[in-house]
Design a protein around this ligand. Sequence first.
Ligand code: L34
Length: 286
Amino acid sequence: MANIIDGKQVSANVKEQVRQETEILFEKYGKRPALAVVIVGNNPASRVYVNNKKKACETVGFQSFEYALPEDTSQEELLELVQTLNEDKNINGILVQLPVPKQIDDKAIINAISSEKDVDAFHPENVGKIMIGDYAFLPCTPAGVMELIHATGIEIAGKKCVVIGRSNIVGKPMAMLLLHESGTVTICHSRTQDLPSVTREADILIVAIGKANFVTADMVKTGAVVIDVGMNRLENGKLCGDVNFAEVESKVSWITPVPGGVGPMTIAMLMKNTLTAFKKQNLFFE
Ligand code: L34
């Protein structure tokens, strides 16, 4: 029987730290961090995530502003809004919820967000900084995964870490953060040959491929740490991860649930980044 890593609890701890620091800064300077969240169209999952982000802002004492644009918004219109938010001194962080509708090029939008307000850390300047290990913001989901691993008390240095998935948002930065903590990192993807033989070597296995119940018991090493970044909606409306939890749970030492694992951490790390942006923009440097 594995230990369950409680993402709700770990995220509550992170948010409580952010809340306390926010209160201290508010008492000193009379200002609060402000996050602008932009959602385009009617993706129901995005709606849930954006609502959770707004709720978290309330919990930690931030201001939040939602910009909900219709499904047929043009790229020019969205770029215009981003530009307005870039110039707005009262906004510290800007987040455009992905995915955006197909008429909009997400790269163009990410490039347009001021790197100082890029609390997702998706802008090429911030991605580059992460690569060389000199960063203000960490991408929220990989940073949240790191917190979950730290919560187990297991040291990453020297361990075999395997990441399944090579997206710019999760897989690639995830590998980089594990490398920064001296993990021995392997990235697997759709062209990897004999995937189970690779994943079975992992002391720490991070799964981010977007296929429900993909990782089965025969693919994991006994006693491994398994982090499930998957967020799949089944036909019956239930959420499930990329890991077959029921099967894998009895074999590993630590595992994250879905929901209640990585998802809440993504949001907690967004709060942390927004506080960082606020501090840097106001030259507190504390
Ligand atoms: N720009 N787009 C941008 N930034 C992000 O950081 C995201 N991401 C991903 C999708 N698009 C984005 C998120 O916010 C995924 N993501 C996200 C955020 C929160 C949750 C899941 C994914 C979350 O709250 N998960 C809950 C369950 C929610 C539910 O009931 O549907 C959980 O407990 O896992």
